[in-house]
Design a protein around this ligand. Structure first.
Ligand code: AMP
Length: 213
């Protein structure tokens, strides 16, 4: 299975990606996670990505495309992959298409998660991430037992800089202007499946699997 997840920030793509990657036994490749790991490791790539990410803007295609092309050459991606957060504009979609055509490994599906802006803002502004294990929680919808402490590992919870309310509006604008056009791009190639991102995590996971059958 070669699969792409598309949807606005806060749609729960990351959560569903973990589930789908395990269901199909394919690696979960999140460009956002790769950038965050590089920021944590203070690499050159991390330093470059940080200013774009903190402002809610896209990291330049020249950097992102090469990073993904390299990741797709790893052994674990030979029999399939799930891309979460890539492509995010038409140029990235064209680049990916060329990479996959070269290796004669076309995409099987693009799964779109749909969610209203008001719900996105509620979800993102309350989202917290564990510094230890990366698990996410929410100050209202999925509050930890002890405020600021991860239920899973006891690590410290923090707010991603790009989940600050002042940055969310820009991320939504970037999504509408740059990422939404790829939905029609994949619709016209017959790959697009759309599901609602509202409801229980397990119900959404079931809809996702059903849509991909
Ligand atoms: P995410 O974790 O998918 O919400 O991504 C967080 C941030 O990482 C985005 O707001 C961008 O700054 C950057 N990023 C992730 N994926 C991409 C991509 N495909 N192209 C450019 N920037 C990206």
């Amino acid at each position: 299975m070669r699969l792409i997840l598309v949807g606005p920030p806060g749609a729960g793509k990351g959560t569903q990606a973990v589930h789908l990657a395990s269901h199909f036994s394919i690696p979960h490749i999140s460009t956002g996670d790769i950038f965050r790991l590089n920021i944590k490791g203070e690499t050159e790539l991390g330093l470059l990505a940080k200013s774009y990410m903190d402002a809610g803007n896209l990291v330049p295609d020249s950097v992102t495309n090469d990073m993904v092309a390299d990741r797709l050459t790893h052994d674990d991606a030979k029999s399939g992959f799930l891309l979460d957060g890539y492509p995010r504009n038409i140029d990235q979609a064209d680049f990916l298409k060329a990479v996959l055509e070269k290796s004669n490994t076309p995409l099987d599906a693009v799964l779109e998660f749909k969610l209203e802006n008001a719900e996105i803002i509620k979800r993102l502004s309350g989202r917290r991430v564990c510094r230890g294990c990366g698990a996410t929680s929410h100050v209202i919808f999925d509050a930890p037992k002890v405020s600021g402490i991860c239920d899973s590992c006891g690590g410290e919870l923090y707010q991603r800089p790009d989940d600050a309310e002042s940055v969310i509006a820009n991320r939504l604008a970037v999504y509408a202007e740059q990422t939404e056009p790829i939905i029609n791009y994949y619709k016209s190639s017959g790959l697009l499946k759309t599901i609602s991102a509202v409801g229980d995590v397990s119900d959404i996971a079931a809809s996702a699997i059903a849509a991909l059958k």
